[in-house]
Design a protein around this ligand. Sequence first.
Ligand SMILES: *Cc1c(COP(=O)(O)O)cnc(C)c1O
Length: 333
Amino acid sequence: MHLARFPRLVLGHFPTPLEPLKNISALLGGPKIWIKRDDATGLASGGNKTRKLEFLLADAVEKKADIIITQGATQSNHVRQTIAGAAKIGLPTHALLEKRVSEFGDDYQHNGNVLLDHLLGGEIVAHLPNGTDMQLAMEAHANQLREKGHNPYVIPGGGSNAIGALGYVACAEELLYQSSQQRLRIDIVVHATGSTGTQAGLVAGFSATNSHIPVLGISVRAPKQKQEENVWNLASRTRELIGVPGELSRHAVVANSDYVGEGYGLPTEGTLEAIRLLARHEGILLDPVYSGKGFAGLIDLIRRGHFRQDENIVFVHTGGSVGLFGYRQVLAS
Ligand SMILES: *Cc1c(COP(=O)(O)O)cnc(C)c1O
């Protein structure tokens, strides 16, 4: 593979730091935890979508798009980063939001990512009920724009297609380079998995480079089997895109759905504990939807003795702290 063959914009600050979580590692008394700071990608408060958007928006430019369309939940970090990335290259974004979560009142509806969506100049063209076929809704909106003579570029939820996943192939390369430089043997990579582009890109990258570092995705929504199937499918398409021969082993894709709790966007006790622990012992902000759940899973697995004491774990911090402001009700109590 040779990623430089794909069109790519510069939207973020890379490489992101790979740092030891000394206090949390000591507190949990288990393996050594490192954190890959993809919350610090720099684009309008950062997050994992920035890496995907470097490839997706470059593709949009190549295709001479004049409007970007994307979708996400009300407090979508992906929508916020898409609007910011598109603003940087002078393109307007039409966002469709889905009311996937209804319990957190005014702050959830208007603060956090929603506030920034507006500030960054995004246009929220629809706020649709939970369960809407959002891809279909985007296609319908795109067709309306085409009838008016526009050339819209549709980015799927989470930026998770093979082009977007290239961003996490690049992250896999970046991690391998940093591990060599820092003489750090990475035994496993752990992160929150949702729309699958992050895990699919990492798995494709680690398999393409024959490093085969295991990746554990902590699911924030789908049950294990479904999540693994979705990740495997996208990882396979991503491998095809970068020219990796052969079939991806099913064993290369592992998701754990034990930490979803009551559902997407609903933080568990463990999520809140993880958010508070990292805030108070490391000065790092996790988020209530993704990274908090992901880290809660990691904490619980460590407590259950899932990892060996001498293992080095890298937690990919995928961002999302802007979402904290949408969850004031939960966090303040
Ligand atoms: C989107 C997102 C994820 C999940 O990444 P996917 O590529 O969609 O699986 C994790 N954390 C944060 C903060 C996100 O915004």
